[in-house]
Design a protein around this ligand. Sequence first.
Ligand SMILES: [Zn+2]
Length: 203
Amino acid sequence: MNQGLVPAAEAINKLIQEFNNLPGIGPKSAQRLTYYLLRAPDEQTKLLAEAILSLKQKIVLCSTCFNVTESDPCPICRSDQRDRSQICIVEQPQDILALEHTGIYKGLYHVLHGAISPTEGIGADDIRSKELLNRLQDGSVSEVTLATNPTLEGEQTAMYLNHLISPLGIKVTRLARGLPFGTELEYADDVTLTRAIEGRQEF
Ligand SMILES: [Zn+2]
């Protein structure tokens, strides 16, 4: 802080700092949000605070697919409308949202919660690959689609999983190359994602 400037109140600084810690929010936006909330009706700030608290209190991971959910198993794993012979593997829960939004995939999911990245020290044991292998043991799954991001880490992860799953006699497919390299799934548009699912190829 510049000397001579009157420091903002502690409570204000604290919230600016917390906003600033969030992805995609720089110091300016953090400041804008904080001063916006200061002027906002009490009811609005209360709802926001409650929403943040209940996020952690109510959300658990599905013990089958590791998607975020309020009830375990999650609605997708519980649904009798889904094709149980297909599992689509994604890095993050928000990837499921993107794929579900296209409406064309009817199988189940498996969330890795990460991707293999030797540079960041994330290995095969740090993603939910053991749990995935367990799911594949009963022979009910005939196709696994690797929908990891088309990034270096996503490709490495897909290669590793293919190596793990292929010997089980399960067809392994990878999303088609409609997705530009370096893109994250959650930011891909519906048309591109739909083409990528429809055009998935054997790994
Ligand atoms: Zn689930």
